[in-house]
Each structure stands twice: as structure tokens, then as C-alpha cells.
Write a protein that binds this ligand. Structure first.
Ligand code: RTP
Length: 148
């Protein structure tokens, strides 16, 4: 089953949006495999965002991401990587439709409250980076109410 890494960024945590974001993944039918409040180091975030290190906004991004704790999560389910990005909305909140998390709760690209892996491959890399101890494997009893 597919897994993705979802993170509530410091602004989302500070604004009390952890429950709101988590609720949307639960409502859709996805299964929570891991959840932890973390205060990642600058070095850890530089690894997470290594692909963006040459971007002009990289310094500001790392500063923003180290401004407070984040909530790191792993979600599992059919098509969860792509569907997770749909639930989050566009990177730029102003381009995000109402009904998406960023469309409903954010305005600025540099304060877009959440992160979601952009491919199955990067999801597995990010899960290994944020949860090196691994995550639980749990067979839900409600599976046949969610999948045909
Ligand atoms: P994320 O990784 O956070 O889910 O975001 P994303 O894939 O939608 O976007 P990405 O291009 O990977 O950018 C990562 C984060 O960097 C910040 N950003 N700032 N000032 C800017 O032009 C700019 N562009 C991107 C955003 O916080 C974005 O989520």
C-alpha cells in the first residue's frame, strides 16, 4: 500500500491547524501510520529540502521551517501521494481552490502551512529521513468499508 510524508509546518502548528489538516486525511479514508511533534535542526531541514538548495528562497525557507515545531506524519492508502497533494492544494495558496487546505487557510507561498511528498520515491525517502526508527504496520479492521 502506498505511503506519503505529510508535515504541518511551523505556521500551521502555531495557528492550531493540526487537527483540521489531520481530519481531512482521516475523512478521506487514509490511515495514519505515524505522527510526532518535532523540532528539526537546520541540518535536518537542509537534507529534507536538498533539491531546493540552489533556489533564491532557500535561506528564507529554512529560517521559516526552523521557526517552531512541526508535526511529522505518515499516511497510507490508495493513491495517497497524489491525493495528498490534492488535499493540500497548490504550492502557492492564492492559486489553490477553496476546499483545499492551502486554499482555505493560507495566502503566501512562504507561509503555506503544510508539506506533502511529490512522488512515491520521494515519499519513501522522506519517511526514512523523518522516521528512521520506522513506522508501525497495522491492519485496520475497517478496510473493507473503504476499499471494494
Ligand atoms: P512542499 O515541498 O512544502 O510540499 O511544497 P511544494 O512541493 O508544493 O513546493 P516546492 O517547490 O518543493 O517548495 C517547497 C517550499 O518552499 C517554499 N517556496 N517558497 N518564495 C518562493 O518562491 C517559494 N517557492 C517555494 C514553499 O513553502 C514551498 O512549500
Amino acid at each position: 500500500m502506498e505511503r506519503t510524508y505529510i508535515m504541518v509546518k511551523p505556521d500551521g502548528v502555531e495557528r492550531g491547524l493540526v487537527g483540521e489538516i489531520t481530519k481531512r486525511f482521516e475523512n478521506k479514508g487514509f490511515q495514519l501510520l505515524a505522527l510526532e511533534l518535532k523540532a528539526p535542526s537546520r541540518e535536518h531541514l537542509e537534507k529534507h529540502y536538498a533539491d531546493l538548495s540552489a533556489k533564491p528562497f532557500f535561506g528564507g525557507l529554512i529560517k521559516y521551517m526552523t521557526s517552531g515545531p512541526v508535526v511529522a506524519m505518515v499516511w497510507q492508502g490508495k493513491g495517497v501521494v497524489k491525493a495528498g497533494r490534492v488535499l493540500l492544494g497548490e504550492t502557492n495558496p492564492l492559486a489553490s481552490l477553496p476546499g483545499t487546505i492551502r486554499g482555505d487557510f493560507a495566502l503566501d507561498v512562504g507561509r503555506n502551512i503544510c508539506h506533502g511528498s511529490d512522488s512515491v520515491e520521494s515519499a519513501e525517502k522522506e519517511i526514512a529521513l523523518w522516521f528512521p526508527q520506522g513506522v508501525i504496520s497495522h491492519n485496520r479492521v475497517i478496510e473493507k468499508l473503504i476499499y471494494e
